[in-house]
Design a binder for this molecule. Sequence first.
Ligand code: F6P
Length: 547
Amino acid sequence: MKYLHDLPSWSKLWKHFDQTKTDHMRAMFEQDPKRAERYWLQVGGLTLDYSKNRINDETVSLLLDLAREAGVPERIKQMFHGEKINLTEDRAVLHIALRNRTNSPIVVDGEDVMPKVNHVLRRMGEFAHEVRSGNWLGYTNQVITDVVNIGIGGSDLGPLMMCTALKQYGHPRMRMHFVSNVDGSQLRDVLEKVHPETTLFIIASKTFTTQETLTNALTAREWFLAHAGDESVVAKHFVAVSSNKKAVSEFGIDTANMFEFWDWVGGRYSLWSAIGLPIMLFLGEENFIEMLNGAHLMDQHFYNTPLERNMPVILALIGIWYINYYGGGSHVIAPYDQHLHRLPKFIQQLDMESNGKQVTLDGQAVKYETSPVIWGETGINGQHAFFQLLHQGTHITPIDLIASLEKRSNLRGHHEILLANVFAQAEAFMRGKTPEEARAELQAQGLDEARIEELVPHKTFSGNRPANLILMDKVNPRNMGSLIALYEHKTFVQGTIWGINSFDQWGVELGKQLAKTILAELTGESELQKHDSSTERLIHLYLNTNK
Ligand code: F6P
């Protein structure tokens, strides 16, 4: 395989980096009035302004060469054509099939997957219609008012994020709850709020072996049976979403009440599959399809558009520029939108579980950084918390600022303040404030010269700090579909350039294995095994506290 550090453009970019690393964006904007026009892309209802980055035309052109040399165009084709690019699990990667609205055949192991994708989508639609219309009745013939999704990671974050983001499209009767944590207080809090007669539980787990999910599901079932007292009515209140039929039926859920998906859908890429059932129950079939349409639109753009106008590719390359050349070890996602407050957590799993890897596809240690730490918060709240570091700290931390152009509420004046802050932050990150500007401001306040000189360094902003602006013309199902597909493909392009497998997650296994041994020790099922002295002391401390 081709290694990134051996590609011609990798070293050309290093040279270019040395020549340009001190160039200031402020000057770039002053010298080129058309900068924003050139570094600007629009796909469907999404606009990307990437002009406030430390790039010039040569940077972009070299980064595009890097993408070509790393085989990005070929890998895109391989993914869309159902090739088994997830090598360590020997699987295809086909979240794009789940939203393939043209229905063109996508073949895996000689089988077109589209008929089964459409079949499950139809079943989900029928079920959602029954529940939402009030035809689906609980064991005392009452309509369903509450849905509790029990799942974790990819079986939780996507539906939770979408239902939160699109709250205004939700069914007025339907209250959505999400339980992921095995800390019993989360489930207990939800169970205190809902009634067994009117609650539907969705047990969502791709593998149906995840300890946290199965523990919560068993407890929910016990709670339900303690009220209903009759096993035969469980089917009216429990459905499963999984790729593992056998485990679902062993758990005691009739597979007639199961919505299936397949091993070629990764957990963090699964909100488009049956894992999206809570989304469909809340938003309805039509809106769910709109979300798929929006994702499909981004898929088509990604597949068909030359790299230089390709939004996921551009976003990925800008990321590579900071991570690999500037050494930017983290990346902020800052939605200026209260209902998008779950988005940073979703993108965190998407990116860090996909690209937090240390070996290439052929098992060689990588010689460069891979996924940055992804973190974030609603932008406006971040401004009053961690933005200080982004403006004046010692790290370069690129940020994605995400906002809706359409007003998000009819409360007078709120949206203008919000948007003014998004635009101002991006401008402030880029421009900074020079010592001369800081001095002039302090002089205008009438301070004496000595005090001014003391304060100038503290009031100076170096600027030149990168920000992408992603504007949605409206936060609706279609645009949310496009936005999430954008980040999925960005992650894939970066993984391709790093030569890693973005679709496995072996790194989560070791802790799970060790926890099994320790659990048996904590519950007294097994004798204490040999551990390091710290782990042994911790186990003793717990056992002594709970004698
Ligand atoms: O432990 C990590 C992980 O496997 C994620 O990749 C996944 O999204 C999550 O756990 C939940 O897995 P499952 O859907 O199989 O319960």
